[in-house]
Structure formats: structure tokens, C-alpha cells
Ligand binder design. Structure first.
Ligand SMILES: NC(=O)c1ccc[n+]([C@@H]2O[C@H](COP(=O)([O-])OP(=O)(O)OC[C@H]3O[C@@H](n4cnc5c(N)ncnc54)[C@H](OP(=O)(O)O)[C@@H]3O)[C@@H](O)[C@H]2O)c1
Length: 305
């Protein structure tokens, strides 16, 4: 029976990484943080209990040395680091790492090949394809989590809620449900995957905190604040798709946001996680609650107490 105790995290210093590192540490894993030689990133840095190694992500030897003695590698690298993960897979195999979790943590990239958003996620798709190719030599688990709910609310009001202006924006009718996970839930999912190596071996898993529609989010914000957030901006998913294509044609990767909003919110698109697709049950990951997550955001933003 495979048992995973030591975990190397690549790129654990960004938006998502600290949540994963925190959950791994509190579950008792020994965590090593790998940061690029060229990294200027210091906030938020790895916690003091994490051994940190500077690694040349373009060097097989540097990566292999860093992976020696590690049971698992969890890659949380941001977009520019996605293609370099293939070399990390090679080095992990050479170092005898048992499990590789690539930097996925978003839409289900096994499903997006025929979508415009798939053009931008090609790098992620290729890394999972590569892991499948090397399956006899290393085990892997891919994890789709949907949109980071709390992070998205905090940064952009999920492109739905304008907290300052007390207004809302909708794509199509706003009734389509979409897949979301809080940052902490993503960390918990990674922990549960590593604690259940048999059940999660060589699988692409889809988990979430919950599925919600834009209208449900607006309704909860209105209930919790006791104020109205009228819809002042309506967009059509098909127009977003078109705008994304135009941006992509001139190499503007902000197209991703247009594509993502269309992918999540287009009426009838059905990209929310269906019960039979969800791996929450398989890994023993409890769902969270929309109201509780919105409340947390509003308290943090000082809107309610
Ligand atoms: N579902 C969502 O809503 C959502 C939102 C955001 C991100 N994501 C996904 O979550 C994953 C992590 O994203 P993130 O936003 O946390 O990433 P990020 O903050 O942009 O970057 C994470 C870390 O990656 C390392 N990195 C940066 N450039 C690199 C390069 N060229 N080569 C190798 N490493 C590099 C850096 O670590 P060092 O400086 O320590 O080397 C950085 O702190 C990605 O797969 C991303 O697509 C999903």
C-alpha cells in the first residue's frame, strides 16, 4: 500500500499555493517548498516550518535533486510555468516520486478541447496527456476545482457583484449554475487526494465547494446586507465568446476572462458539476455552503459584522 508523507510544492507562493501548503502542514505532511532561482516573490512566503529550496525549473538535475526523497510533487505554478512541468515530471520519475499533481485547479481541462477556452488551456491539457503517457512510471492525479470563489469575490466580485457601487452584472439570464471552490477547499482536496492514494491513482478528479448561479449569489448578498444590488450591466455569453476570439487573434490572453465567463454562465451550458461527476464523495470532501462563504467575504470586506 502506497503511503505519502513527504510533499514537494512547486510555486506555493502565489494566489493558491499558500492555502495548499497550510492544509498539507495541518494534515501532518512534511512539506518542502520549491521556488525558482529567479524568483523575486516573497509575499506570501512559505511558513517557517517549510524547508525551501531554490530550484532551476529549466534544469533536470536541479529538479531531480530537489525531488529526491519526496513521495509526491504538487505543482501550483502560475500560467507561465505550466509548460515547464513536463521536465518536472521527468525529474520526478528519475527521483522515484510516487505521485504528481499538476497545476490544474480550475475548469475541467479534460472537457475543454472543443471550447475556445481550450485554446488557452492547451498547455495544461498537454501536461496531463504527458502524465498519462508516463503512467507506468509515475502516478498522477488531476484536480478541477472550478473558480476560486473567495479569491474571485475579493478580487473582482466574481465579475457579478460590485460591492462599492452596490450593483450587479449578469451574463445571459444569470440562472446557470457554475463550479466553484474556496481556496481552503482546494487545499483540503489536495490533502484528501494524497491521503487516499489508491482511490485517486491516475485519475482526473472534479471537486467543488458548491455550485451556484449568479442570481443566487446576488440574492444572498442582498439578504445578508439588507440592501438591493440592482443589475446595471447585462452581457451575452456569445458576445463574450466573440470578444475573446478577437483578443486571442491578436495575442491578447485577457481573452481567457471572456471565455471563462461564457464557459461558466452561458444559459444551458451545463458546465456545473453533476453529482455523478463529482469526486467529493470519493475523497471524502464535504461540500461548503454558499451563504456561509458569501457571509465570510462580506465580513472580511467590512460590509456586515
Ligand atoms: N480556478 C481559479 O479561479 C483560478 C484562479 C487563479 C489561478 N488558478 C490556477 O491555479 C494554479 C496556480 O495559480 P496562481 O494564481 O496561484 O499562480 P501564480 O500566483 O501566478 O504563481 C504561483 C507561483 O508560480 C511560480 N511561477 C511564476 N512564474 C513561473 C514560471 N515562469 N515558471 C515556474 N514557476 C513560476 C511562482 O513561484 P516562485 O516565485 O516561488 O517560484 C509563483 O508564486 C494555476 O494552475 C492557475 O491556472 C485558478
Amino acid at each position: 500500500m502506497v503511503s505519502i508523507k513527504t510533499v514537494a510544492v512547486l510555486g506555493g507562493t502565489g494566489n493558491l499555493g499558500p492555502s495548499i501548503v497550510r492544509q498539507l502542514l495541518s494534515a501532518g505532511f512534511t512539506v518542502t517548498g520549491l521556488t525558482r532561482l529567479t524568483s523575486t516573490n516573497s509575499t506570501p512566503a512559505y511558513p517557517d516550518t517549510v524547508t525551501v529550496h531554490k530550484v532551476d525549473f529549466a534544469s533536470f538535475d536541479s529538479l531531480k535533486t530537489a525531488f529526491d526523497g519526496q513521495d509526491a510533487v504538487v505543482s501550483v505554478v502560475g500560467s507561465p510555468g505550466i509548460p515547464a512541468q513536463k521536465l518536472a515530471v521527468d525529474a520526478a520519475i528519475a527521483a522515484g516520486v510516487k505521485r504528481f499533481i499538476p497545476s490544474e485547479f480550475g475548469v475541467n481541462t479534460r472537457k475543454v478541447r472543443d471550447w475556445p477556452i481550450g485554446k488557452i488551456l492547451k498547455g495544461k491539457v498537454e501536461v496531463v496527456d504527458y502524465l498519462i503517457e508516463r503512467e507506468g512510471e509515475i502516478e498522477w492525479t488531476g484536480l478541477s476545482t472550478g473558480l476560486f470563489f473567495d479569491w474571485g469575490l475579493e478580487k473582482h466580485g466574481l465579475s457579478t457583484i460590485n460591492l462599492q457601487g452596490k450593483t450587479s452584472s449578469l451574463v445571459d439570464s444569470g440562472n446557470e449554475k457554475f463550479q466553484v471552490s474556496t481556496l481552503a477547499q482546494v487545499g483540503r482536496a489536495v490533502v484528501k487526494i494524497l491521503q487516499r492514494p489508491e482511490e485517486t491513482r491516475n485519475k482526473y478528479l472534479v471537486t467543488s465547494s458548491f455550485q451556484a448561479s449568479q442570481n443566487e449569489i446576488i440574492k444572498v448578498v442582498e439578504e445578508l446586507t439588507g440592501e438591493k444590488y440592482p443589475v446595471v450591466n447585462r452581457e451575452k455569453a456569445d458576445d463574450l465568446q466573440k470578444a475573446g476570439e478577437e483578443k486571442l487573434a491578436v495575442g491578447d490572453f485577457r481573452a481567457f476572462i471572456d471565455f471563462l465567463r461564457a464557459y461558466n454562465h452561458k444559459d444551458g451550458v451545463g458546465n456545473a458539476v453533476k453529482e455523478e461527476e463529482s469526486a467529493n464523495g470519493l475523497i471524502g470532501l464535504e461540500y461548503e455552503d454558499l451563504r456561509g462563504s458569501v457571509r465570510e467575504w462580506l465580513v472580511k470586506a467590512g460590509v456586515i459584522s
